[in-house]
Design a protein around this ligand. Sequence first.
Ligand code: ZN
Length: 423
Amino acid sequence: MNKQERIIIIFLMMLCSLTDCNSLFAQENQNVFDKIVIDAGHGGNKPGAIGSKYKEKDVTLAVAIKLGKLINENLKGVKVYYTRVIDQDIDLYKRSTIANRINADLFLSIHCNSATNKSAGGTETYAMGLGKTESNLEVAKKENAEILTENNAIQNYEGFDLNSPESDILMSLYQNAYLNNSLDFAAKIQAQYQKNVPFKNRGVHQANFVVLWKAAMPAVLTEIGFISNPKEEEYIGSEYGQWVIASCIFRAICEYRNKTDNINDPIPSLEQLIPKDVQEKEQLRKDNEQLEKNLALASGSDTANQSDVQANNKSEEAVKMTQAKNDSIQNIQKSGSEVIYRIQFMSSPSKLSLNDGRFAGLEDIFAYQDNDTWKYTAGMFATQREALDYQKSVKEKYKDAFVVAFHEGKRITIVEAQRLQKK
Ligand SMILES: [Zn+2]
């Protein structure tokens, strides 16, 4: 068809979208919300955006699986369908075809953003529509670029052209019937991120994503953070970060379902949704981070005080330190009520012999039981600072070793230990 004809068709379709033709596409609303399709962006030989440690395709799959698990365990009556559950390449058009075939109530595509500016960051969620800003168009272009490497793209996407404004208009018409619900769901996701994810809220936008194009149901694409931003990459690549994001989306789904089904089911909190061991590990990580910060501050002031220590006093100094350490441990043992720091380096479902070869070269091995797991520590120190010094040598063998604290024989957090020692 020539350009004039194309313009006429676009005009007719726009007119149609403004009048009542939407009802032709509109879904019957007698159904309750009981089917959702979760689409982990990219996969297989299409990795999506690549960070310094993680790839988009792996992060999106990890979040998708966690989200599916949350729905299966907490939303009885809602069935989860995935477009992929392994590292697999799926053409973009097939992803919404799956959703249409099962007549899903909602389609959610999970992605990670990226930018050449490493400080760019934040979360944003898209519904279909004409991109209003250059940056929205850029995001859509990046995510759509995948069709360039697909087979039969001309047939499958009806000659869709990534760079043509006419293609853009035609695409945006498809999702019109579901636009309000899509925007509403997108806003609910962003509100959850805003409350719980430590990234900037970039808001809800519209742009034309091929993956949402023909979904015959409310459909959104959520960008969970910038994989090009080192801080955000660390977070979205971590178990804890992925659970927070999955929980946010889960809560948004609950809110959306409550609204569309006109019900008032209770919505679990993040504390209820994120697995306990993941929350504990995150607390430990935070404790250790705080500890390192405190120690960096303390050693900064010490270095200034010690600048006049003679170099030839070094060995004498080392002897003194060892003596001081022994004294402090004896004091701990005598009083039995002080805070003790140890370095945790290993856990095991069964109790190991203290002669186990894995303990070779480590001092003061100590084991304690935590639920069904035995945890092993080395060293015994009166101060965090000494513990952190020793941690360095344990880390040579066990790179994830970290400082833990005990009080009256019980494991406590580092923050509690600091509070007790201030008294
Ligand atoms: Zn993507």
